[in-house]
Design a protein around this ligand. Structure first.
Ligand SMILES: Cc1cc2nc3c(=O)[nH]c(=O)nc-3n(C[C@H](O)[C@H](O)[C@H](O)COP(=O)(O)OP(=O)(O)OC[C@H]3O[C@@H](n4cnc5c(N)ncnc54)[C@H](O)[C@@H]3O)c2cc1C
Length: 448
């Protein structure tokens, strides 16, 4: 087994001063503040006095900013636009109901264990926002820092993980490289037998990683944005983007034309479709990613575990169900549903590290449409079309990015230029020869 080192050092756990703003905290203009007192008061009245968490307005004729897509990213962007940049004449336009896309379909893993500079700073910024998000939103997003453990199965993987862990530490991100005995003490029921197909050599652990409740994140941002004046317009599909010359002027929707000063696209697996409405071709492909949940069992997995010799990850929900996932479908698709081959592929991988899962029954299985970019990293940037901005290409990384993505996207839209944190996440990076290929997979979206 190889020897390794991690650079010791202090790991910050609070948002550094350069990220903070003097902006007011969440303004509760027209919503009840959630607290033990409001809960007690409502309990006395049989809980019949709670108001709506967010408004349901008719669309106005025109907004300063329209965000297309009512997932976590669109709603977070609108929230930070209103909160940090004072831009409140904003609409989030969603074709279904908020959270009906990938934001409500993911396996809820949050981490910032990235090696490359552009990703590392961005995802760490996001993780720091997660650490204060429930307080900021006055909404419990059930952020649970239970740790994310990547299993390693060869000397080569140990060396690569040591390199990643050191790079993370140098960027101020926590990481611990564990040997086999440390992993065994942490998760004793993994397969450490002689017969394991790919023996466990060790693991790379990010203790500050974990999970959050995905619906709560959507609802929390929606409530916060709505309270600050943002209109959340559901059941309103964007069918076209109107342009005058090289500048966008508004969106055609199933509820009529809505004018806009600026338009932000945050539509995940539909990014290419929406961009095409404005005449733009994106380096993004759409693929289905599937997830599974088992029947509830007693506490068994108290961290997030990923398998390093295949593609499988698992955590346990508060209700006791194991939440599982694995590879995307290798071909392009817009189908928001699962299929049989992936069930076998994913569960076979899982059984290699957890043979004791074999008698647990799968309860549900679903899919979401992923926006896979050519290098596996996202875009949060201006586009070649004036006043049109892109938030997409999230691949596997979009849920953990939600607060950070909204924060820097709002900055980019408000100032018509990126924050330094997302300055590298541009569309031009391929032409400039600086792809952000964290996995080293090359220009092949379905392997990232
Ligand atoms: C099965 C699965 C597991 C995943 N697991 C993880 C994980 O563990 N950790 C992690 O970090 N990431 C994970 N992801 C990725 C993550 O869920 C996404 O990257 C993230 O939620 C994207 O958020 P979003 O707001 O950009 O997109 P979405 O939540 O998909 O929101 C986009 C919205 O745009 C709307 N829309 C589309 N077209 C139009 C239109 N024409 N007009 C109006 N609205 C439109 C859609 O209805 C949708 O609600 C997973 C994804 C899937 C599918």
């Amino acid at each position: 087994m190889s020897h390794f080192a991690v650079v010791p050092g202090e790991v910050p756990t609070r948002l550094p001063a350069r990220f903070r703003t003097d902006a007011p905290t969440f303004e509760r203009t027209n919503v009840t503040r959630y607290s033990v007192f409001s809960l007690a008061k409502q309990a006395l009245g049989g809980h019949r006095g709670w108001g709506r968490a967010w408004r349901d307005p008719e669309p106005k004729k025109r907004y300063d900013v329209i965000i297309i897509g009512g997932g976590g990213h669109g709603l977070a962007s609108a929230y930070y636009l209103a909160k940090l940049h004072g831009i409140r004449n904003v609409a989030v336009v969603e074709k279904g109901y908020i959270g009906s896309g990938n934001s409500g379909r993911n396996t809820t893993i949050v981490r910032s264990n990235y090696m490359l500079e552009d990703n590392a700073h961005f995802y760490e910024h996001s993780l720091k926002l997660w650490e204060g998000l429930s307080e900021d939103l006055n909404f419990n997003v059930m952020f649970s820092q239970r740790g994310v453990l990547n299993l390693l199965h060869s000397d080569g993987q140990m060396d690569a993980a040591a390199r990643r862990g050191n790079a993370m530490r140098l960027n101020g991100i926590d990481s611990d490289l564990l040997d086999r005995d440390q992993v065994r003490r942490m998760v004793p029921h993994l397969d450490f037998s002689e017969h394991a197909r790919f023996p466990i050599f060790g693991g790379l652990l990010q203790r500050r990683g974990g999970t959050a409740r995905h619906d709560a994140v959507v609802w929390g941002f929606a409530r916060g944005a709505s309270a600050l004046g943002v209109d959340i317009i559901q059941n309103c599909e964007v069918t076209g983007i109107r342009r005058e010359g090289n500048r966008v002027t508004g969106v055609e929707t199933t509820r009529g034309f809505i004018g806009a000063g600026k338009i932000g696209m945050a539509v995940a697996g539909n990014s290419s479709r929406i961009a095409r409405m404005a005449g733009l071709t994106l380096p993004i492909e759409s693929h289905v990613l599937q997830a599974f949940v088992t029947e509830g069992i007693k506490p068994l997995v108290d961290t997030v575990i990923t398998y390093g010799a295949g593609h499988f990850y698992v955590s346990q929900s508060d209700k006791g169900g194991l939440v599982l996932g694995g590879d995307i479908d290798g071909y392009n698709s817009y189908a928001q549903k699962g299929n049989m081959p992936l069930i076998e592929h994913c569960l076979a991988d899982g059984m290699q590290i957890f043979p004791n899962f074999s008698r647990i029954r799968i309860l549900r299985h679903w899919g979401g449409v992923m926006d896979m970019s050519m290098d596996g990293s996202p875009f949060i940037c201006k586009t070649p079309i004036d006043n049109l901005y892109l938030n997409g290409g999230w691949c596997y990384g979009g849920f953990k990015a939600t607060p950070g993505s909204g924060w820097v996207f709002a900055h980019t839209v408000a100032n018509d230029k990126p924050h330094w944190i997302n300055a590298g996440l541009t569309l031009e990076r391929f032409a400039e020869g600086r792809a952000i290929d964290e996995k080293g997979g090359g220009p092949t979206p379905n392997v990232h």
